[in-house]
Design a protein around this ligand. Structure first.
Ligand code: 5GP
Length: 210
């Protein structure tokens, strides 16, 4: 099934998924990579402390602020950003390793990070996940109940700013219902894989059999 995975000789595709905090992007992308073969979720580095139930090397690579800053200074990040006072970044080498092996990779990063990747001229397919409304986002953030009222207000304020960036992205997915939102994300990945530029060699091989 040529469209079920990237061409074996080809380079993988870089996907970026951004969304305001609380829009459910992590759950969505976790489901996506479970369902789609040869698509890996990137594991970011962060200076923030692990929350209960989070593990180093699983949810994030948790590092000290000092180590993070040293990595940033030596150019180890494809992009990095300060989000809610903590530093988050994507390792350039980790990303390159997946892409050059021919697998696709998805970065779940904020709007600032996505802008840096674009500015670098890296080829990426970008998706913005939106909650169905402000009211739904507020309900979800309160429902998580792990944040203080102050933290919730701060996240809502950032969400108001981030939502305005939707027009910078190639695709929009509204996270109204998990299963259908995952299905739409999958459709985006499969459509990217089916592009002529990626399928050209395979199609040419088939044509030669005629
Ligand atoms: P959290 O601390 O709740 O896991 O993540 C907070 C925010 O940081 C989310 O919006 C998430 O998308 C963003 N984030 C996580 N990893 C990265 C990264 O590597 N780069 C950037 N720019 N943002 C990230």
């Amino acid at each position: 099934m040529p469209n079920s995975a990237t061409s074996p000789t080809g380079r993988g595709i870089l996907f970026i998924v951004s969304a305001p905090s609380g829009a459910g992007k992590t759950t969505l992308v976790e489901r996506l990579v479970e369902d789609v073969p040869r698509l890996k979720m990137s594991r970011s580095y962060t200076s923030r402390a692990a929350r209960s139930g989070e593990y180093d090397g699983v949810d994030y690579n948790f590092v000290s602020r000092q180590r993070f800053e040293a990595m940033a200074a030596s150019g180890e990040f494809l992009e990095w950003a300060d989000v809610f006072g903590n530093l988050y970044g994507t390792s350039a080498a980790d990303t390159e390793r997946v892409l050059s092996a021919g697998d696709d990779v998805v970065l779940v990063i904020d709007v600032q990070g996505a802008r840096q990747v674009r500015r670098r001229g890296a080829e990426a397919t970008t998706v913005f996940v939106m909650p169905p409304s402000y009211g739904v986002l507020e309900q979800r953030l309160r429902g998580r109940s792990k944040d203080t009222e102050d933290a919730i207000q701060r996240r809502l304020q950032v969400a108001r700013e981030e939502i305005a960036a939707f027009a910078e992205y190639d695709f929009i997915v509204i996270n109204d219902e998990l299963a259908s939102a995952v299905a739409r994300l999958e459709a985006i990945v499969l459509a990217e894989r089916a592009r002529l530029q990626r399928m050209h060699e395979t199609a040419e091989t088939i044509r030669r059999t005629f």
